[in-house]
Design a protein around this ligand. Structure first.
Ligand SMILES: [Zn+2]
Length: 506
């Protein structure tokens, strides 16, 4: 069970004090008191009492010297548990002042648009203008992946588009997106999508499909994740059958998964055709359903490099019995957002109750006993009183309504998030009221699939680390950060294992 604690507590330890660049701490504090805009970008200031970080030019009330810390960049401030000021918007400034990130994002967009132009990683390095080592660092930092992994996923995504929207032969598709052998295309496609390219193409006109699971896939752990909310009215696990109300291409539907050790069979029934029992199942386009199930199973994540790293470091116990464990993705990014707000600072059981009541209030009934979850439009249409009546706190009601409105008015583009860099997505989400560092990392990890996230303050992670390192005390934020560092760039996967460490094997 994941526990929640997203409140920005006082950071325990920040940068080594003294100097940052050429300025001393005293000089920086003086420039900060003077709201000196010429120092913007040279350092950022953090205030321990409010847990907020600012530009030196910020006009907000100036805190006392002993409560101020200085950071070289916004990432360092966030890692210390601080969040951006809403008056001076340090992240907006940092984004504009981050030409390296902009270059990497442009390169990533090119790789996605035209993966066939990059014959191999050398071609990526050449195009980037950086040295190989620096480029690897930048991809790890901003995309939580190596350039080779990023290129492979870009190729497969482009191949799926072609299979779906053109009549090109499978071999033509493979070569067009940059594979130099048809067998490499088949092997990778199947491994990360659970079916062959031809079967993927066939998803356009069917009502069921079967995905092959990797050898050793830890189905009992997936079952634990899928069945962890016994109160849910939008998903249900009975034995090895999982049923969920979902949204596909904007329409409600019932998704049923029959799981066994080697494969998962998925069936989709559009809600408009319900009640079930009418036996003339209409064929529908299941590409979106396929993406949802692949996410649920975590198939696009490759756990092998992480497991090798953990074993090499001597953490055999962390991965023992579940080397193929992945991070099951939420049905949608919006579902992840809603859960990250509902779950803040309350018990798991109470969060589940709020979710059930919200679904009953604003979801869509797809079957007598099943709902498709609430969507931004239905939540934006609720009044504050509607949410207070189902036991939302005023603050949670405000956070949730605000996010729903940001989406319905186009200020937050949910479809753009999965294409952003981790850094870009993190900055976008942190600027939203109600999303602190824990919530944002939770969404990056569980809804956007980034592999090196840091859910600092997550009690499941801290108690997992306490057990792994046999500590007598619970690690604080600074220590959590330090103890997780050896698992970079796979800290999300480490988190998935840490969540399991104090529980009996399923
Ligand atoms: Zn400020």
């Amino acid at each position: 069970m994941v526990a929640f604690s997203s409140s920005a507590k006082k950071p325990d330890a920040i940068l080594p004090a003294g100097k940052l660049g050429r300025m001393t701490v005293e000089q920086m504090y003086a420039r900060f008191l003077a709201s000196d805009a010429s120092c913007n970008g040279r350092f950022f200031t953090g205030v321990l009492t409010t847990s907020i970080y600012c530009l030196p030019s910020c006009r907000a009330r100036k805190p006392r010297r002993e409560n101020v810390r200085f950071f070289p960049n916004v990432e360092a401030a966030r890692q210390a548990g601080l969040r951006p000021c809403r008056k001076c918007h340090p992240d907006d400034f940092a984004r504009g002042a981050d030409p390296v990130l902009a270059q990497i994002e442009t390169l990533a967009a090119e790789m996605r648009a035209r993966p066939g132009d990059f014959t191999d990683v050398k071609a990526v390095v050449k195009r980037s203008g950086y040295g190989a080592t620096r480029l690897f660092e930048l991809f790890r930092q901003h995309y939580h992946a190596t350039p080779a992994d990023f290129l492979l996923h870009a190729r497969l995504a482009a191949a799926k588009e072609r299979l779906r929207h053109t009549d090109d032969g499978v071999a033509d598709v493979a070569f067009a997106v940059g594979f130099d052998s048809l067998s490499a295309f088949h092997v990778n496609f199947k491994r990360l999508n659970g079916l062959t390219p031809a079967a993927y193409r066939g998803l356009g006109n069917t009502n069921s499909f079967t995905l092959k699971l990797p050898a050793g896939y830890p189905l009992p752990y997936l079952r634990r994740t899928l069945g962890r909310d016994p109160q849910s009215v939008s998903e249900r696990l009975v034995g090895d059958t999982y049923t969920a109300g979902v949204w596909l291409d904007g329409f409600p539907a019932v998704l049923t998964l029959h799981m066994d050790a080697t494969c998962v069979q998925a069936e989709v029934e559009p809600a408009s055709r319900l009640p079930l029992g009418s036996n003339t199942a209409r064929k529908v386009d299941l590409h979106e359903a396929h993406a949802l199930v692949v996410g649920l199973l975590g198939l696009t994540q490759d756990p092998a490099p992480f497991v090798r790293q953990a074993r090499t470091l001597g953490f055999v116990r962390l991965v023992e019995g579940r080397p193929e464990l992945r991070i099951s993705q939420t049905h949608s990014v919006f579902d992840g957002l809603v859960w990250s707000i509902l779950g803040q600072q309350i018990t798991f059981g109470f969060a589940c109750m709020l979710k059930r009541r919200l679904t009953e209030l604003a979801g869509v009934r797809v079957r007598s006993d099943l709902f498709a979850p609430s969507r931004p439009t239905s939540i934006a249409a609720l009044q504050e009183g509607d949410l207070l009546r189902i036991q939302f706190s005023r603050q949670k009601a405000d956070y949730l309504s605000n996010i729903a409105r940001l989406i319905t008015t186009g200020k937050l583009d949910l479809e753009a998030l999965p294409r952003m860099s981790a850094t870009g997505a993190e900055r976008t989400l942190l600027a939203i009221r109600g999303l602190g560092p824990w919530s944002v990392n939770y969404i990056l990890m569980r809804s956007l699939g980034f592999l090196d996230c840091l859910p600092l303050g997550d009690t499941g992670v801290t108690s997992g680390l306490q057990a792994l390192y046999a500590l007598k005390h619970r690690p604080d934020r600074a220590e959590t950060l330090r103890l997780l560092t050896p698992f970079s760039p796979y800290r999300s996967l480490a988190t998935a294992h840490l969540w399991q460490l104090n529980q009996p094997a399923p």
